[in-house]
Design a protein around this ligand. Structure first.
Ligand code: IPE
Ligand code: IPE
Ligand code: MG
Length: 251
């Protein structure tokens, strides 16, 4: 069923989601944290289908941060196991929805079988030209910038005489997914109001939306509320709001 989004003035091209609150969701029910992650996975699939349906072009999911290794080994193993299973088993879902899967983060810090699975699914879905899902797994914004600088330092541009002329545009080319536009909207669930090292460079001008809903409970209606809030924001990128330009020129 196609959604009626006629009252939304603008659909963000790129939405990033910090999916938080899986642990609290489980605790509330007296269950293990793992059951929260399992339910969180269902929410991720539900929101991906909805986002794709309404015309979002890029959906970045914060799956596992470079700091999440600090958790108990059994929780880390459970999340990694879930990722493995999900990547392998959801091919039909990607195919049906024409979704291309990509990765952000440091693959060298992942177990080889997961890194391989990520490469495989990225390759198998590369010609699907609908929405792109970017899985931020072993991802940290600072880490991404450091890796970008390292890649730049060993690159030809660094060896060239212009190496001193490093610009934002040049460094951007060494980020994990330089072709993907910056997120327009970043949603964080579960009431926390911070970005926890998510897309540091890319979120410079993203609109932020905080929802109290725990991620496993996040519904299409919650996503829609975030889009409605976004549609009413005025993005200025440091310039003057269009409505005020005439006024300021006259003064
Ligand atoms: C988000 O939920 C999932 C990951 C960070 C992997 P949490 O596991 O952080 O849930 P809370 O914050 O403990 O409720
Ligand atoms: C951010 O959530 C990371 C992911 C959602 C993958 P956390 O639960 O790890 O963040 P903090 O520790 O509360 O900042
Ligand atoms: Mg959390």
């Amino acid at each position: 069923m196609k959604e009626d989004l006629s009252e939304l003035k603008t659909i963000p091209a790129h939405v990033g989601i910090i999916m938080d609150g899986n642990g609290r969701w489980a605790k509330k029910r007296g269950q293990m944290r793992s059951s929260g992650h399992l339910e969180g996975l269902k929410a991720a699939k539900r929101i991906a289908a909805f986002a794709s349906d309404i015309g979002v072009k890029y959906l970045s999911y914060y799956v596992f941060s470079t700091e999440n290794w600090r958790r108990a080994q059994n929780e880390v193993d459970f999340i990694m196991g879930l990722v493995m299973k999900y990547l392998r088993e959801e091919f039909e879902f990607y195919k049906k929805n024409n979704i291309r899967v990509r990765h952000a983060g440091d693959t060298s810090g992942l177990k080889p079988d997961i890194a391989q699975e990520i490469r495989d699914i990225s390759k198998e879905t590369k010609d699907f030209n609908g929405m792109q899902i970017i899985l931020a797994l072993n991802y940290g914004g600072r880490d991404e910038i450091v890796r970008a600088v390292r890649r730049f330092l060993v690159s030809e541009s660094h060896a060239s005489p212009e190496k001193k002329a490093l610009t934002e545009d040049i460094l951007r080319r060494y980020l994990d997914n330089p072709d993907i536009p910056d997120p327009d909207l970043i949603i964080r669930t579960a009431g926390e109001q911070r970005t926890s090292n998510f897309l540091l460079w890319e979120s410079a001008y993203s609109e932020l939306y905080f929802s109290r809903t725990l991620w496993p409970d996040f519904s299409e209606a919650d996503f829609r509320s975030a889009l409605e809030a976004y549609a009413n924001r005025e993005r200025r990128f440091g310039a003057i709001a269009p409505a005020h330009i005439e006024q300021s020129e006259a003064s």
